[in-house]
Every structure is written in structure tokens, then in C-alpha cells.
Design a protein around this ligand. Structure first.
Ligand code: TYM
Length: 339
């Protein structure tokens, strides 16, 4: 088993990232390292330059994200933790895969459509070819499993299409160059929604900080955000079917269920018939109790910049070593002479 996944260091880690992806990274790290497999987790800093950014902030956010991931339980001794910028094989493989990826495939990507919006002519080429770099990220390491939230599913399907076409075009059936990766999407919490709008996903790029719970938020801020979260005037229903058509209520109950390890129906058996005046403080308390230890550890780790840089440096050296054989086979398959 080879587990590979990434996160953009473009801001704070939020509850959507944590419940949708990072919790699964940690779970898989524990499973995989006892079974002889390998986990690679990286900061997608090369992806972050596809949108306008402030260089000093990207550098600071990259280090902060390392601290946040370690605080969540990613263990740099058991998993390989690094940033793309220190492993040039990612960019190299992307260029080689650009010959296989099709314009039509990229044109269909919903993230491209959402982020470019009406201003396609003004969007960066990096934003358009972003999914090809993402394919390179996983194919470079022969990833078998890629733990992500629901919003990354389409990008992973594209990675499979690129791998399949490359194998068909340039390799024999007996010796394919790339492994087709499987996305691992949690059945619950695959899509945590904004606290201000039940139809939008919780996201770093939402201009309102009130829309998300950051893993760096203190207890007062968390309670405040939960209290102000958008809801409807009805009391909570007593079963899951009653959440139909109530996206904000469904999101809050879903968060409670995942954090407490209960089913949605079990949560509603406790809170059905109650108003949000009772449910929100309970949810706030639960969030604070789960996030406070992560927050405390994050605050401690982020102070030691040298230690964070050392983690990335060592992780990158291990990642480069694993990346080289696949990259060389790719050059060779394409007929590119390497001396
Ligand atoms: P990013 O940085 O937007 O998010 C990191 C991870 O968090 C998940 N996620 C969510 N899950 C549930 N609910 C939400 N509201 C929510 N918001 C984010 C994402 O699905 C993701 O798993 N393109 C990727 C980074 C990337 C990558 C890769 C991932 C680059 N290369 C290779 C996997 C494999 C991204 O921008 O994720």
C-alpha cells in the first residue's frame, strides 16, 4: 500500500480539511506503517502559485501547515512529510504528462470552472494545468490510495485517466509505467459545509472567517462561530430523513456525529425536538474539547522554525529517492534520451 495526499498551504487548516482528509491521513498512517506500506503527505506549494499570492505569506503558511499537520498526528518519523518545491521531480513529471492530458479533459474540471469564473482569459495557465500537476503528485510515487475530501474526486479520476492513457500509449500491458490510484473518501464528513451557507463547502478562500472553524481558533472564537452559524427556525428532527432540505442543520448535526463517533440518527435521538439554542452550545463544547489539544500542540510546534524546516528537508530527501525510478521510466517510455 502506498498512500499519497497533499494540501495547499494557502491559509489555516480548517475543520473541513481535518474531518474530510487529515483525520484519514493519520488513520491510514497508523494502519500502513504497521503493515509495511508507506505514506507520503505533502504541502502543495507549487499548486498555490496558480492563484495570486504573496510570497512571504506562502513561505510562512508552508511552515505553519507543517506544524498544523504534525499537531493533528502526522508523524514525520513514520510518514514522509515534505513540500513539492523541494522535490523537482513533481514539476518534471507534470511536463511529461502534459503530452498525455487532453485539453477537453481539463476544460471539464469543475474547480477550473469555479476558480476561473468568467475571467478565463485572465486566469493563469497554472490554474488550468493544476490537475496535471496533481496527477504527477500521485503517479510519481505509484500511489495506490489517495485520502481526500469529495471535492478532489474529479481530479483523482483525471489522474487515473492520464495514467491509463499513458500506459496504453507508451507501455506494454505486462509492464505499465503507472499504478492507477484509488481515491479514499470518508463516507461521512466528505463535504463539510460553510457555517454561513449550507450550500457552499467550508473553504480557506471564503472571505468570511465566520464561515469556517480553523484548527487555530481558540475556545471563545469557536463558541462564537458556532453560536452565529446560520440555521433555520425549526427544532431538530428526530431522525435523519427530517434533515432533508435543511442543509445548515444537516451540516451541524453531521459535524457533531463525526466528532463524537455517533451516527446521525443517534445524535438526533438525543437532540430531536430541541432547538438550536440547546444544540449549538453542545456542539461548541464538543469542538473545543476535540480541537484544544491540537491547538495547544500547534502553538508549541510553530515556534521552532528550524525544526519545521528540518522536517521538510528530511522528508524531501526521502521523497526524491522514491520519485526517481518512476520518473526515469517515464523519460525512457517517451523515448527521451538521458545519456
Ligand atoms: P485543499 O488544500 O483544498 O484541501 C486539502 C484536503 O482537504 C479536503 N477538504 C475538505 N473535505 C471536506 N469538506 C471540506 N469543506 C473540505 N475542504 C477541503 C480536500 O478534499 C483535500 O483532501 N488539490 C488539492 C491538493 C493536492 C492533492 C494532490 C491532494 C495537490 N496534489 C494530490 C491529493 C493528491 C487541494 O487543493 O486540496
Amino acid at each position: 500500500m502506498r498512500v499519497v495526499s497533499g494540501i495547499q498551504p494557502t491559509g489555516n487548516l480548517h475543520l473541513g480539511n481535518y474531518l474530510g482528509a487529515i483525520r484519514n491521513w493519520v488513520r491510514m498512517q497508523d494502519e500502513v506503517s504497521s503493515g509495511g506500506g508507506q505514506c507520503l503527505f505533502f504541502l502543495a506549494d507549487l499548486h498555490a502559485i496558480s492563484m495570486p499570492h504573496v510570497p512571504a505569506e506562502l513561505a510562512a503558511n508552508t511552515r505553519e501547515m507543517v506544524a498544523a499537520l504534525v499537531a493533528c498526528g502526522v508523524d514525520p518519523d513514520r510518514s514522509i512529510l515534505f513540500n513539492q518545491a523541494q522535490v523537482p521531480q513533481h514539476s518534471e513529471l507534470q511536463w511529461l504528462l502534459n503530452g498525455t492530458a487532453r485539453m477537453g479533459w481539463l476544460n471539464r474540471m469543475t474547480q477550473w470552472k469555479d476558480k476561473a469564473g468568467k475571467n478565463r482569459e485572465g486566469a493563469s495557465i497554472a490554474l488550468f494545468t493544476y490537475p496535471v500537476l496533481q496527477a504527477a503528485d500521485v503517479l510519481l510515487y505509484q500511489a495506490t490510495h489517495v485520502p481526500v475530501g469529495e471535492d478532489q474526486k474529479q481530479h483523482l479520476e483525471l489522474a487515473r485517466d492520464i495514467a491509463q492513457k499513458f500506459n496504453n500509449d507508451f507501455a506494454s500491458e505486462q509492464a505499465p509505467v503507472f499504478t492507477l490510484p484509488d481515491p479514499i473518501i470518508p463516507p461521512e464528513a466528505a463535504r463539510i459545509m460553510s457555517l454561513r451557507d449550507g450550500s457552499a463547502k467550508m473553504s480557506k478562500s471564503d472571505p468570511s472567517d465566520m464561515s469556517r472553524i480553523n484548527l487555530t481558533d481558540d475556545a471563545d472564537t469557536i463558541m462564537q462561530k458556532v453560536k452565529k452559524a446560520k440555521t433555520d427556525p425549526e427544532p431538530l428532527p428526530s431522525d435523519k430523513a427530517g434533515l432533508e432540505g435543511r442543509p445548515e442543520a444537516a451540516n451541524l448535526v453531521g459535524i457533531y456525529a463525526v466528532l463524537s463517533g455517533m451516527t446521525v440518527d443517534a445524535v438526533l435521538a438525543d437532540f430531536g425536538g430541541e432547538g438550536f439554542g440547546k444544540f449549538k452550545p453542545a456542539l461548541g463544547d464538543l469542538l473545543v474539547s476535540k480541537l484544544a489539544p491540537i491547538n495547544a500542540r500547534f502553538i508549541e510546534l510553530r515556534q521552532d522554525r528550524a525544526a519545521l524546516d528540518a522536517i521538510l528537508h528530511q522528508g524531501a530527501a526521502k521523497a526524491r529517492a522514491l520519485a526517481v525510478p518512476t520518473l526515469e521510466r517515464t523519460y525512457e517510455a517517451l523515448g527521451l534520451v538521458r545519456g
